[in-house]
Design a protein. Structure first.
Length: 473
């Protein structure tokens, strides 16, 4: 996690309030800071007060006060020396300032994931692989709950009902208070045909993005894709939203219902040279429009509300009830919407996780929303957690762009996974050694790779975690 400087006045206020006997929590509420941030400052000043060494000390780094209070996280470290100290070795850097994963199977020491520390990981993404029944879903719940305890919210895309409220662990529900959204049954109030501030070509960029999604899912081909682009551009023109005039891009955009009507109009217009292709496109997308999960008759969907909902740090998007291709289109449009929302907010420290379970439902094609999120989302404060039973569900870019990995029992007969992991593990000599480990892992145990080191880890259960969380309350 990135750190910044806390103003001297803020430090003074913390120390002054601490001297009056106020608790960490009370001080944090008064100064609009994170409790753990306050605790770090007080701990070091108490150490200074009790030390026999006469030399003065100075707190030089804590988490930046420029972030809103509900987006701050636990500081990586607080430096109490007036001199610059060398960074700790990588193997010693994963401390309790990170996300607790479990216990090392060989040495029984606690293992942590520190996704916000760019010195340890070039990106915050995590890949989870595991055969059915290996403990993959349980571990995902544990990590999401740990992220919530650290003040980082998560949005879970649930395709296979693995995160239905009724099936979630009791402790998970208690400590994350998840909010469920029945996208397949009730829809979301969101318009995918929206021009974002970073859409440099306005309507043309939107038409390209929407047509790319439908082309990837329905395999439209060049002619049918052009028909879809024409339809979207026509809709913008009818609303006086022009490519050449960015001022018009702020006008209300057309909707998916408008798009359906436009395709039907083009299909019946024999003056349109590709009207037969328009007929084909309209027919092929009939199911999608029938099951349209994007509504316009309520308050708009807002990602920022999820980010700032301190009472509900976990949000679950349920896609049950949607036909396979319709589901894929809805998921991709939502991911694009999230991506461009984050881009419009500018660069930001880690502040949100997107959990994508059952990766075989996703398209990892070059230039698609998942690929774009993998390569760029970290700059805008988003981390991704991918999970799947089969290693082949992931693209090469996913392996390369997920700095941390949690691998449960995996057969890996061709050593494809083992070879890639061995290149990321400085403490393992070759792929055969890793293959022996991941092929024989018992349930609930995983090969955890972070900061270029691999360890066998027993995933700690919720009973232990909840005890630790209560201890820190």
């Amino acid at each position: 996690m990135s750190t910044g400087k806390l103003s001297s006045s803020a430090v003074s206020q913390i120390v002054q309030l601490g001297s009056t006997g106020k608790s960490d929590r009370e001080i944090a509420q008064v100064l609009n800071l994170k409790r753990l941030q306050v605790a770090a400052v007080l701990a070091h000043f108490r150490l200074k007060r009790d030390s026999v060494a006469p030399a003065p000390t100075l707190i030089t780094e804590v988490l930046s006060t420029q972030e809103p209070a509900d987006e701050r996280h636990v500081p990586d470290e607080v430096n109490v020396s007036t001199e610059v100290e060398p960074s700790p070795p990588i193997e010693e850097a994963a401390t309790e300032d990170g996300i607790y994963v479990g216990e090392d199977s060989d040495y029984s020491d606690s293992q942590y994931w520190v996704p916000w520390n760019t010195h340890l990981s070039q990106n915050p993404h995590l890949m989870i692989i595991g055969e059915s029944g290996s403990g993959k879903t349980y571990a995902t719940q544990c990590l999401v709950a740990e992220l919530a305890q650290a003040g980082i919210p998560s949005v879970i895309f649930d395709y296979g009902q693995g995160f239905e409220l009724g099936t979630l662990e009791r402790h998970f529900r208690k400590f994350t208070n998840p909010q469920e959204y029945l996208v397949g049954e009730k829809g979301l109030t969101l318009n995918p045909i929206e021009i974002f501030p970073r859409d440099v070509r306005g309507p043309n960029t939107v038409a390209t993005r929407i047509s790319d999604v439908f082309d990837a899912v329905y395999r439209l081909g060049d002619i049918q894709r052009k028909v879809l682009i024409d339809a979207i551009i026509h809709l913008f023109e009818r609303r006086n939203i022009r490519v050449t005039d960015p001022h018009t891009w702020e006008l209300p955009p057309p909707t998916l219902s408008d798009l359906q009507q436009e395709l039907e109009h083009m299909a019946s217009d024999k003056q349109y040279t590709a009207y037969k292709s328009a007929q084909t496109v309209a027919a092929r997308l009939t199911t999608f429009f029938m099951l349209n999960s994007f509504q316009t008759d309520d308050g708009p969907w807002a990602w920022d509300k999820l980010l700032r909902d301190s009472k509900r740090p976990v949000h679950i998007l349920q896609f049950r009830g949607l036909e396979g291709r319709t589901q894929r289109v809805v998921v991709e449009l939502l991911l694009w919407h999230l991506f461009f929302y984050l881009k419009s907010e500018g660069q930001h420290p880690l502040r949100l996780y997107c959990v994508l379970d059952e990766a075989h439902h996703l398209s990892f094609r070059d230039g698609g929303p998942v690929d774009s999120l993998l390569r760029e989302a970290r700059k805008f404060g988003l981390g991704l957690i991918f999970a799947s039973q089969q290693p082949e569900d992931f693209s090469a870019a996913t392996y390369a762009n997920s700095a941390s990995k949690l691998v449960f029992q995996t057969a890996d007969p061709d050593l494809r996974v083992s070879k890639f992991l061995s290149a990321k593990c400085a403490n393992y000599d070759n792929a055969d050694q890793i293959h022996e480990v991941i092929a024989a892992l018992p349930q609930g145990e995983a090969f955890f790779i972070t900061a270029n080191r691999g360890r066998r880890v027993r995933i700690s259960d919720f009973n232990k975690r909840s005890t630790l969380w209560r201890h820190h309350e």
